[in-house]
Structure formats: structure tokens, C-alpha cells
Write a protein that binds this ligand. Sequence first.
Ligand SMILES: Cc1cc2nc3c(=O)[nH]c(=O)nc-3n(C[C@H](O)[C@H](O)[C@H](O)COP(=O)(O)OP(=O)(O)OC[C@H]3O[C@@H](n4cnc5c(N)ncnc54)[C@H](O)[C@@H]3O)c2cc1C
Length: 421
Amino acid sequence: MKKKLIILGGGLSGLAAAEKLSLKYDITIIEAAPFLGGLASNFEKDGKFIPRYYHHIIKSNKTTQEYVKNFGEVDSKKLKWQKIKIAIGFKSKLFNISEILGLLKFNYLNLFEKFRFGTFGLYTLFLMNPDNIDENLDAEKWLNKYAGKNVTKKIFHNLYSRNKFNIPLSRISAKQFANRLFEKEIYDYFTFPEGGYQKMIDNLQSKIELSGGKIMLSTKPDSIDLIEKIMKIDGKEIKYDLLINSIPFQEFVPITKGLPEEFKNQILKIKYCPAVSICFATEQFLDKKNYWINLFDERAHIVMQHSILNDTYSEKISWCLRYGGSEEDLELSEEQIKQDYTEVVKKYFPQCKINWVKVMRTKYGEPIYDIDYHKYMPGYKTPIEGLYFTGIQLTHPKIRNMNVALESGVKVAEIVLNDNQ
Ligand SMILES: Cc1cc2nc3c(=O)[nH]c(=O)nc-3n(C[C@H](O)[C@H](O)[C@H](O)COP(=O)(O)OP(=O)(O)OC[C@H]3O[C@@H](n4cnc5c(N)ncnc54)[C@H](O)[C@@H]3O)c2cc1C
């Protein structure tokens, strides 16, 4: 008899864990949404799959590429890689800061500040080593030292405090921020597989089901007794041997019984930044250049021109998105979000003709990796026998992306196999 293993959450970490464990265990994935893939899921429009959020791959995301190849049936040689251009939008004007000329024209910074900004970029590219940064150092102190106070206030406060987590730079970990810069994300090559990630998710699902695994969609447990190992769903009791949790702790803790008080308080310290966005289609590119546009002092903070990476749809697809402060927008009506976010887009691209708009929102866009995160981040193993964790709650100080989510799924599978031989 195989042991019964329940995986809570059918995002990429849960799916990767399930795929690795499906031959050895009697697996059930329990997923609240009516679809798999979590934050990396997709929706169908005119016969094509579009990601709910932009989801590019960069060259250093080796695990994502491996999954896209093995499960998404994508021929790696056919992936089109490109260097992207980044702009900052301010007072209705765009400045292409990934080009020297654009940076020179960026009148938001004075000449000296441009110099500091430029040299900070070079420092992060060639000299910085995040491993040497103290866990307790905050991003403000670190940036003040290396980029200067003015650049920190004008650029990084907007980019990483207001627009990102909506907490002060002094509460953000310098190590996490440096790791983000160290990945050289914006200097790397970007791609997006034609056809997106739906095939990869479908094939993961098929493999799990062919090995005898079950997948329950649109399902949330009512309660979980972690000591007796009993999960209640729709009033029915399911007895299990092992449980892997990938859902946000704010959702997990309230339905559980048996967590030691201290551990419960520790994991509840993890807070999440929501993400609210519109995905929209236009006849033409907004501009043919900039994939990634950061907006300063606007209601929404990022415009991503997806079709610059994947121009295979009948229209051009983009997102306008807000992370920091988007808890204000989570409960707004779809019409209101469409109106407010479209207004931001129109401010920078007044000529654009929008064909359709779809609202996407999540309460759990990403854990807020604040300066104390390393103190309360739990491990893959927990104090409860048979209970394991996975997902992007556990991957600090790495950037949260599909790559680390998949890796965390693989890692928890290895730990479970090792513990239960
Ligand atoms: C706006 C945005 C843009 C992004 N862009 C990129 C990008 O360009 N490139 C990239 O590589 N990564 C990107 N990411 C990150 C990537 O999506 C995540 O790192 C990854 O998908 C996280 O996987 P996960 O399994 O850890 O979590 P999740 O995907 O959050 O999976 C958790 C699952 O648990 C389910 N769940 C929640 N509560 C319950 C419950 N009570 N019962 C049952 N199930 C429940 C959820 O529905 C979800 O399916 C982006 C994320 C966001 C939000």
C-alpha cells in the first residue's frame, strides 16, 4: 500500500513536487482555483493561451527552461531570446534608461545623480557580491552608501519601496535587493515560449494522473488536524500520512489544528503583497521599444509589453499592474479597475486603441521579503511529523519566480523521499 500524500496548492511548486513523488505515493492535489498553475496559470482567448500575469523567462532560469522543454514540449532551439529595453515613466513622459542617451535625457535626475545612478549600475554588474552583505543590513543604508541619498530617494524609493512592497526601504533587506540586482535580470536575455505554459501544466497534470494521482480543483479544505492527520473537505474526512503545504500561510494556519503556538506565530509573520492588474489588447504596440516600463508617482506602477517577447497573437498584449499599495484596489469593481488603470496607460500612450481589457488580481502576489524575513522563514521540514512546506515563501533571498517555485517543489520531494524511505 502506498502512503497517502496530500499536496495543498496546485501552483508550480505543488505540481513539481507531485510529479516527482507520484510514482511512490498515493497523491492528491487540492487546489482552490478551478485551474492549475497558480500565479503562473493562463487564460484562453481566441484559441490562444495568455498568462494571467506576464511571466517571462530569463536565460539564467535553467529549471524553468528544463520544465518548458520536458513538459511544455518546447524546442529550446526555437526559443527566441532578446535583450529587453526598460523605461521609466514620469509625468507622462518615458525615458529609456537602459540606453546611455535615454539616461542622459532623464531630467528627473541631475547630472551628478545620473553619474551616481550609472556607476551604481556598474558596481552591481561587476563588483557586488550579495553573499558579503549582512542579513540585518537594510536596503536604505546600503543604497545610500553605494548609490547616494538622492538616487536612493528618487529612484529606489519609487522602484522598490512604493511600487514594490509598499514598506520603507529601511524595512527591506539589502541582501534580498542585492540578490535581485545580482541576478542581472534586466541585463539578461528574455524569452517567452510561443504557446505559453498551459501545455507544461497540462502535461504535468497528465503525468501525475497517469501515475494514479488525483487532482481536486475548486476545492478548499475546511480543516486539517495535523496531529491526527485528518483533513476535512465538504464535511468528509480524508486520512493522510504526509502533507505538503504550498498555500500562503495566512490561508493555511486558520484551517489547521495542532501547530505549536510559537511556530504558528512565526509563520504568520509572513505577509504578502497583492497584485492587481489589467491585461489588455491593442491594435499596435504601445511603443515598439520598451518591454518593461516602470511608472513613478502613478496609480499603477508597471506596464509590460508582452507582445515584444511573443508576437504570435492577433493583437498586441500588455499588462498595467500595481503591486505596492494594491491592497487598496483588491476589492474595487472590475469596471473601476479597468477605468483607473486604463487611464494610466492612456496618459503615456494617448494614441493607443484598446480592444479588450481583463482584470487580474491576487491577494498573494509575493511574500513581503522584509529585513526580518530570514528570521521567521520556516524550513521545508516542520516541527510536525509528516508536515512539509514548499513554494516561494521558502526561497528568500532568491527572487521569486517560476524557477525558484519549481526548484522548491523538487527540493521538498527529495526531502520527503529521503525521510520516508
Ligand atoms: C504579477 C506577477 C508576475 C510574475 N512574473 C513572473 C515572471 O515574469 N517570470 C517568472 O518566472 N515568475 C513570475 N512570477 C512569479 C511566479 O508566478 C511565482 O514565483 C510562482 O508561480 C509561485 O509558485 P508557487 O507554487 O510557489 O505559488 P502559487 O502559484 O501561489 O501556488 C499556490 C496555489 O495554492 C492555491 N491555494 C491558495 N489557497 C488555497 C486553499 N485554501 N486551498 C487550496 N489551494 C489554495 C492557489 O490557488 C495556488 O494555485 C510572477 C508573479 C506575479 C504575481
